[in-house]
Design a protein around this ligand. Sequence first.
Ligand SMILES: Nc1ncnc2c1ncn2[C@@H]1O[C@H](COP(=O)(O)OP(=O)(O)OP(=O)(O)O)[C@@H](O)[C@H]1O
Length: 742
Amino acid sequence: MKLKVYKPKTLVLRRSRSFEDDYCRIMAAITATTMRQVAAFTLSVSVELLLFYASGFSVFHSVFGHFTRLWLCAALRWLALIGVSLLTLGVPKALLIRFITAHSLLPAVFETGTNAFYREESECGQLGDVRCWLMFSGASLAAALFWEITIPDTDEEAAGKEQKQKARVLFMRVVRLFRPDYPLLLGGLVFLSLASICEMFIPFYTGRVIDILGSNYQENDFLSALLFMGLYSLGSSVSAGCRGGLLICAISSFTCRIKVLLFGALTKQEIGFFGTTKTGEITSRLSKDTTLMGETVCLNVNMLLRTFIKTMGMIYLMMNLSWKLTFLVLMETPITGLIQNIYDTHYQKLSLAIQDSMGQSTEAAHEVVSGIRVLRSFNTEKHEAHRYYNCLMETHNLKTKRATISAVYLLARRLTGLAMQVFVLYYGRLFIQRGQMTTGKLVSFILYQSNLGDNIRTLTYIFGEMLNSVGAAGKVFEYLDRKALVSTDGKLQPDQLRGHISFRSLNFTYPANPNKTVLQDFSLELKPGQMTALVGPSGEGKSTCVNLLERFYEPQDGEILLDGEPLKSYDHQFLHKMISVVNQEPVLFSGTIRENIEYGLKGCSLDEIKDAAKESNAHDFIKQLEKGYDTEVGEGGGQLSKSERQRIAIARALVRRPQVLILDEITSSLDTDSENKIQKSLSSIPNQTLLVIAHRLKTIENADQIVVVSGGKVKERGTHRELMDMKGSYYKLREELFTEGN
Ligand SMILES: Nc1ncnc2c1ncn2[C@@H]1O[C@H](COP(=O)(O)OP(=O)(O)OP(=O)(O)O)[C@@H](O)[C@H]1O
């Protein structure tokens, strides 16, 4: 049976209206795009024709030389066309850029070529008309399309382009970070330009002096040439000094700023980050990469600008000396560019590998220094030395490879330079013989040529170098941009906190070992005014509870509530003032005992510090020290015994008067007397929530609640008496310990 489907008319109407709307919208968008393209085309053709005809005006011929006019017009047309495309169509596509470049440069190249080969101007050179224009347009389009079709991007090239694009973005980010130092940079830029301009004229006057000495000697000309030479030398030296000073100041200030930023970003990361990232890598980013990033980017920009200004100036002066020799010299550029490109690719890859390898050796050394006691007691000095040697050898091998590539590159560079010098000398001699050039001019030219070669090589090399330096910047930005996985943007700061803690069905795995579930459906209550003891075999998840309570990690499931509110909704500082932890391994920082106790607290009086030290049974031994509370504890508290360090760490926790106090296995480094005294003073604090993790079960017999943790779960719970009567895990644990103790 066929079912009749009822379609309400209104729905059909509505649908057709929305389709019409969409259709109209799409058509309007297409029309607008077409209009924009037509406008862009019309505007470009008008601007282009205007400039093309204007280049033929005799007034320009009289102001500029023939070739200067040609190339100046080419540059102007390129700029105008790119400008029009940018304004009307947005960022132009690669094909369009190629077309514009070919179209703008072709007339100048054509004219220069005709002149070089036939020694006469072409018809288009004298006064270009529409036929010439059409001919150049067609040729340019063909050249652009030919490029597009015959040289498609391979996957590697596309990846390389993407990498370069990323490098450019990074580079611009570094430049923006320099913003507060812009005045210094600007000053540096002014002196840089002055130094480059002054430097440029020195070879010119050298040639002039030779000519004056060689032909009819005029004392005035000679002295004025010497004077100018001296002035330019002086100007160049002074400006170079000022430029250097200003740039060093800018770099130093930038490095300092970026280090502070990175340090701040690092300290905000969750603890899991430090578990999965090697310490050597972090310190290497902080010390080496930040410096490298500021220095290389700034120095490279400086070198790039200096070289660019000098190159442009030199080409201009060389054109004046001999345009034919200049074109000959410029023919070296594509060969140099190619060699440079190959070299840069290999150099960059190896540099990155070297950076990583150096990070590994730093890491290996760091591990050894921090664990020197373990190393000594296990007699693994040779093993560690061998491991360190292997790391260094890897770096050494990579550096050797890089040095070999550099040597080959240098050889290729020198050979091309030498070949060009021979050509210039040969043709230069011919031109002198024909009277087209003087000896002084040839000397000036050769002086410029040797500098020009270096400058062009630097210009191409510096781009590779910039990509290198942004590699370091990329690593720094990676950490700067990293958002901590455990958020610290809670706002809650209640006036009163009871300290009631509930662990609700927690499931947790450490980020460094995601396959092992450490806590499984873990639930527990800690009540104010009560002491809870966590006991159980080693590695079952007791300290993990403390880590979660401290918000070092975020549980994957479940939540922890403090006075009924999720832990993450509390203000970060408030939470850590209210919950204090003393860990198994007390960590002190270099400084005095007083500084260590009041660590992180503002406006803490000496009396408060002394009270806390008395409660932790530290006051007596501190009193006996020559400088008392002002005694230096040494790096990591190394000048104190473990028990003394532990007691200072307890004082540090107590001075905050926390509502929740956690003692994670502190008794292992305390003698029984200290332990009793500390227990006594802690139990006298009313309404405090006390969580104790203990292996020495004797110390927790008085706890209000003893919790046996096993396999990441609460296995038993009750008072000492209740658990002993139960004869379960707690009972067995005690029995085992008792037997071990015996
Ligand atoms: N940072 C970490 N990354 C990965 N796994 C960890 C990390 N810390 C602890 N673990 C693992 O989690 C499990 C529980 O560790 P936890 O420190 O909580 O045990 P514990 O009961 O406190 O042991 P102990 O009594 O020896 O201190 C162990 O298997 C341990 O190897």
